[in-house]
Design a protein around this ligand. Sequence first.
Ligand code: AMP
Ligand code: MG
Length: 326
Amino acid sequence: MTRIFDMNSPDDRARGLGAAAAALGEDRLVAVPTETVYGLAADAFSPTAVAAVFAAKGRPNFNPLIVHCPSVAAVGDVAVMGETAERLAEAFWPGPLTLVLERAPVSRIAPAATAGLATVAVRVPAEPVCRDLLGLYGKPLVAPSANVSGHVSATTAAHVVADLGDAVAVVLDAGPSALGIESTIVEVSDDAARILRHGALTRAAIEDALGRPLQAAPDKDTAIVAPGMTASHYAPRAALRLDATSVEDGEALLQFGGQAVANADGAVAVIDLSPSGDLDEAATRLFAALRDLDAVADRIAVVPIPATGAGEAINDRLRRAAAPRY
Ligand code: AMP
Ligand code: MG
């Protein structure tokens, strides 16, 4: 039985945190809100708990997990922080930035969490419930998105339950995710920094903090450095048709900024990610919109979305959601 707590009610909040910490201590899985998407949290030091995360998601074991820490100091116990990492941490933690760093020489992180790599992905999240749970539990948590591997990420507690059901012992429901799209992943080695995955934190903000340009994300054919960057990901059941300027029979329409689209009236359903054309708002609503349209149509036409600012991450997710599946 999954226990769901309303974290916006003070009584439930305290009981929810207690139940979550107890479940984690028994190697069970907890769905926890973060500012990006809902995470499927487990004790990062426990091989049993980490194995349960891979099993519940059906996640391939070569795809490493992000380790969530309560503080920058706690990151220092599991990873080597160089000058560039310190600078990014100072600017953006707590927040939606993940750093891929060299593993600490001695670390208790379960080897499966990093898929046996010499590096570890770490983040200090900002969402208050998540921070309170990390503080209460006192150990780092792995927390990949709380959805079936390859499916659309979960941005509400209902999405979590729909995808994972009884595999989750406790769901901490804090309402819809504030940012709605995953963290930006930056690999820092020696002094070079490059984006491995676009996300909630824009390239421009990171480059500003560094005072120099970042290297580009590896494209999908050279994705060995980022084992989880599979071409097909974030995918609804429905087929996606990108850069659509018209709606074909039987299609739902994913709109942005109220663009002119031929035969829009013929769409099975229409969701505009941001009628005013705000890319941050569109990122927040993307995954919920894909799930909603997926429920009513087999094919989704998606209008072109500008690839600037938050649009870089939106277009990345849409490309992967539209990619051929195997
Ligand atoms: P998710 O938890 O589903 O948001 O995915 C985490 C992402 O982080 C995956 O795409 C992984 O490939 C990536 N990742 C985690 N650890 C590492 C690492 N050590 N090196 C490179 N990428 C990583
Ligand atoms: Mg995910």
